[in-house]
Design a protein around this ligand. Structure first.
Ligand code: GAL
Length: 389
């Protein structure tokens, strides 16, 4: 009897290991390792389609939510929705289907086919027992002018997520760090200016976008969500024509802004924000503003989420670090059960064939309180057992 048990367990072990290596095409490549920049397959051997994504760890399972993209340049706008995958080991990803579907047959709907729906992030609200998704939303046919945040809610982690609405956050609210100058009457001639998306500082650098948008709500483009140890959630978004990031507290139900926010990295043109916490400190990693083209990442640290934030420079080191290894940040998450282990998630965009954007995941080392990211062609979670980690 005992012997049969042992045989059974060996069989299970072989099956589970083989699962991680199936036909050389599962997980992140040929093994249970991460292969940044290569095509990553789900457990059905189909390339993972979850760009600009984020991870929610819930009841022992990682859920990866990201933009489902299609082939060609058409994939740069939303044709399907937000895709969800699940995994217990970050290696074998099960396709959980489309968590939030765009609306067909109503071209006027906020999330109609052809809108821009980017960087979805999901958090769980223990009070309401709802899963709450936020994303960057641009209404169909308006380019990147809408600069809104959309919200969707689900009873089950994998969805379906039901669209709740979208808006520009913090209407009629001044930030905690507002100055008297910010409150001065706004020169209305700025309404006729054309902004490029803020990829480069220009002659309009000193104009008061915060004041301009006080009544309508603040612009919100690239974004992420962060839940602190006490359950308070925060929304970080690129605002003010991409010049300045905002950190904005969410209401207890996570569905709207709580009416408390700060401006950070003023006029620094940062986007693709990520945030994580370790040893009581808050760390930020983001990018500069160059559209789909990669640039050097930025990092920062703060003792309080409200700041002051101290910039720490480019966290990437080694060859191609000036281009974030040809990628752009999207999320940083802690590895469950491994104290101090964080994974940096980034996208290697391919705007000509959006579906073939690649994923770059690398460990974040905190060296002297500064995040450091090194390229590795291949790595696995045993990295976090290293002595120097
Ligand atoms: C990037 C941004 C992406 C997407 C792209 C469009 O800067 O991070 O999410 O919006 O611009 O050009």
């Amino acid at each position: 009897m005992k012997h049969a048990h042992i045989q059974f367990f060996i069989l299970i072990l072989i099956i589970s290991q083989t699962n991680c290596n199936r036909s050389g095409k599962t997980g992140q490549g040929v093994s249970s390792s991460f292969r940044p920049g290569e095509t990553w397959y789900d457990i059905d051997s189909i390339p993972i389609n979850a760009h600009g994504g984020g991870i929610l760890y819930y009841e022992g399972v990682y859920y990866w939510f990201g933009e489902h993209k299609i082939e060609g340049t058409a994939g740069n706008s939303a044709q399907v929705g937000v895709h969800c995958y699940s995994s217990k080991d970050l290696c074998n990803w099960k396709n959980e289907g489309i968590a939030l579907r765009i609306i067909e047959g109503d071209p006027d709907h906020d999330i109609a086919r052809g809108c821009i729906l980017e960087r979805p992030k999901v958090i769980y609200n223990a009070g309401t027992r709802k899963f709450v998704m936020w994303f960057h939303l641009e209404l169909t046919g308006s380019g990147y002018k809408s600069a809104r945040s959309g919200v969707a809610v689900a009873d089950h982690v994998t969805g379906p997520y039901i669209y709740q609405g979208s808006y520009r956050p913090n209407q009629n609210v001044w930030p905690l760090n507002v100055t008297d100058k910010d409150k001065e009457p706004v020169d209305t001639s700025i309404n006729s200016l054309t902004f490029t998306g803020g990829y480069e500082p220009d002659e309009s650098r000193d104009i008061n976008i915060l004041g301009r948008d006080f009544i309508t709500g603040q612009m919100s483009r690239d974004m992420t969500l962060f839940v602190d140890d006490d359950g308070t959630a925060y929304h970080l978004y690129a605002s003010e024509e991409n010049r300045t990031l905002h950190i904005s507290q969410l209401s207890d139900d996570y569905l709207k802004p709580a009416g408390k926010f700060v401006r950070i990295f003023q006029d620094r043109y940062m986007e693709a924000p990520t945030i994580f916490k370790h040893g009581g400190k808050y760390y930020f990693i983001g990018s500069g503003c160059t559209g789909w083209a990669p640039n050097a990442a930025r990092s920062a640290v703060a003792e309080s989420i409200w700041g002051p934030w101290t910039e720490l420079g480019n966290p990437c080191t080694g060859p191609d670090s000036a281009l974030t290894f040809h990628s752009q940040s999207t999320f940083v998450f802690p590895v469950a059960g491994k104290e101090g282990a964080f994974i940096f998630m980034a996208d290697r965009w391919n705007p000509e064939n959006a579906i073939d954007g690649r994923y770059v995941w690398l460990p974040v080392n905190l060296i002297n309180d500064k995040p450091v990211i090194q390229w590795m062609d291949k790595w696995d979670l045993s990295y976090f057992k290293k002595d120097n980690f």
